[in-house]
Design a protein around this ligand. Structure first.
Ligand code: AMP
Length: 507
């Protein structure tokens, strides 16, 4: 009966007729929810939305704790023909007012603790209704769900209809709403399911947030489409993850998950039965990759994707998973490297802007036709803004964001090249290289360095350590030693914050 709804039919497909098959084990409640029970609730969520007047294409905005109910609401929104619009739980009321004003959703679902603060903002933005989901799986939306009777006929939706809008993290300028279609989401998860060999026997440790492409689409869609099950955790908890490993097969994480887990006693034993460790959303340090392999015997599989495209590349399932590389373009997806100024394709090996084409690519930015035209070429390629190269074996390497490119005295400097050298020095944990306004050079290269716990480092040691390997113009004019780098909730280093903190270093 889901046939008419392009994405929902695929999310449901693997377990039709196997109603008792386990889908989700809720870390918080300890309960295991079957496919039948999960979809029954998702259908009731859809019925609540329709009863509230939702029309096909209407947005359902959600800023709520990660719960089973929120995942039901995602599937319920798709079933109801709506467009799911999850928002980072860290956003403030002022930020929310931008998103609600821009996307004009029909409904806002929020944490009951924020309802009083958000209701007037929602009303100002023309949102018809505010409902709640709390961290403990209660709330007005959950009450309404439970008051519905079973049986919902999914609303028909075609491949090109929107299923979700995800706002980009907005590191420059205003956050943009990436419009994601039924086809885009379904095709990417289908590809990844095959590429990573997901089956009904898999048990995924699901500890990523579900307001982001990684936890919502990569983790949740693949689990559903493969008919696998997951251990569903509200957030990262190293002890609990280690405890679950013996019953699980796959972990998906951001690099910080792996850094923290690698410090835990008992990891080698716990990881014995695991099949696959996947990392993405931010660069995985080669050191973390090597350390993990030394402890567990597993090579972490690193992949590369973004809000606008879902996943683009992956290291191989079978074959060499190379530290510092994000692997090969996924089947059906093309990746090219182009010159930042002319847009022309560059020869293999050269560094330039990564562009991506395939069914995974979004259909544009919500109500921003000029931005869409700037970044989505007529030939179908999306200009990612990531700088990278493709090596002689076809592996893609990311060397930074195009906006992180430093131009000093007219020379281009790729921060990653310097970071790799610094990270290799004894006593260095990690580093971030940025360009700061400089009166002579336009921008001056600055390295911000985090020592390993207990290590003593100074500026001179860093300079001397990298000097033999770097052209003079690439060498940092200043080295700053700090306790840690600023990161967002997906583990990405916030270079923008660093640039702001030290903006007048050379003035
Ligand atoms: P988001 O849209 O929040 O998922 O962020 C996407 C960005 O994260 C990409 O454009 C890359 O800059 C970065 N990213 C994602 N995966 C990786 C990876 N494996 N290595 C390096 N950067 C990554």
């Amino acid at each position: 009966m889901y046939d008419a709804n392009y994405l929902a039919s695929r999310l449901r497909g693997a377990r039709v007729g196997a109603e008792d098959a386990p889908f989700l084990r809720n870390h918080q409640t300890g309960e295991t929810v079957s496919y039948g029970a999960f979809f029954a609730n998702a259908e009731k969520m859809a019925a609540v939305l329709i009863a509230g007047g939702l029309e096909p294409g209407d947005r359902v905005a959600v800023q709520a704790p990660k719960t089973q109910a929120m995942l039901e609401l995602y599937v319920g929104t798709v079933l109801a023909g709506g467009v799911f619009l999850p928002l980072n739980t860290a956003y403030t009321a002022a930020e929310l007012s931008y998103f609600l004003g821009d996307a004009s959703p029909r409904v806002l679902v929020c944490d009951p603790q924020r309802q009083e603060e958000l209701a007037p903002i929602a009303a100002d933005c023309g949102v018809a209704e505010v409902l709640t989901i709390a961290a403990d799986e209660t709330g007005t939306l959950v009450e309404r769900r439970d008051a519905q009777s079973a049986g919902f006929e999914p609303v028909a939706r075609e491949a090109d209809d929107l299923a979700a809008i995800l706002y980009t993290s907005g590191t420059t300028g205003r956050s943009k709403g990436a419009m994601l279609t039924h086809r885009g989401l379904a095709s990417n998860s289908e590809t990844l399911k095959k590429y990573w060999h997901f089956t009904k026997d898999d048990v995924l440790i699901h500890a990523l947030p579900i307001f982001h492409t990684h936890g919502l689409f990569v983790a949740s869609n693949i689990t559903l489409m493969a008919g696998s099950s997951c251990i569903f955790m509200a957030g990262f908890d190293a002890d609990a993850i280690l405890g679950y490993m013996p019953e699980a097969t796959v972990l998906m994480g951001v690099p910080t998950f792996y850094v923290r887990l690698a410090q835990m006693d008992g990891l080698a034993e716990a990881a014995k039965g695991m099949r696959l460790f996947i990392s993405g959303s931010a660069p995985l340090l080669a050191e973390t990759h090597d350390r993990w392999r030394a402890i567990t015997g597993h090579s972490i599989l690193e992949r590369y994707g973004m809000t606008e495209t879902n996943m683009n590349t992956s290291n191989p399932y079978e074959g060499d998973r190379r530290a510092g590389s994000v692997g090969f373009p996924l089947p059906g997806i093309e990746v090219i490297v182009t010159d930042p100024s002319s847009g022309r394709e560059l020869p293999q090996g050269e560094i330039g802007v990564l562009e991506v084409r395939g069914p995974n690519v979004f259909s544009g930015y919500w109500q921003m036709p000029e931005k869409t035209a700037e970044e989505l070429r007529e030939n179908g390629y999306f200009v990612t803004g990531d700088l990278g190269r493709i090596d002689e074996d076809g592996y893609v390497h990311i060397v930074g964001r195009s906006k992180d490119l430093i131009i000093t005295g007219g020379y281009n400097v790729y921060p990653k090249e310097i970071e790799l050298l610094i990270d290799d020095l004894p006593g260095v944990n990690e580093s971030a290289v940025i360009g700061l306004p400089h009166p002579d050079f336009g921008e001056g290269v600055v390295a911000v360095v985090v020592p390993e716990p207990g290590a003593e480092l100074n500026e001179e040691q860093i300079r001397a350590g990298i000097a033999p390997d770097l052209a003079k113009f690439k060498q940092p004019k200043k080295v700053i030693i700090v306790g840690e780098l600023p990161r967002n909730s997906m583990g990405k280093v916030q270079k923008k914050a660093l640039r702001e903190d030290y903006s007048d270093l050379f003035s």
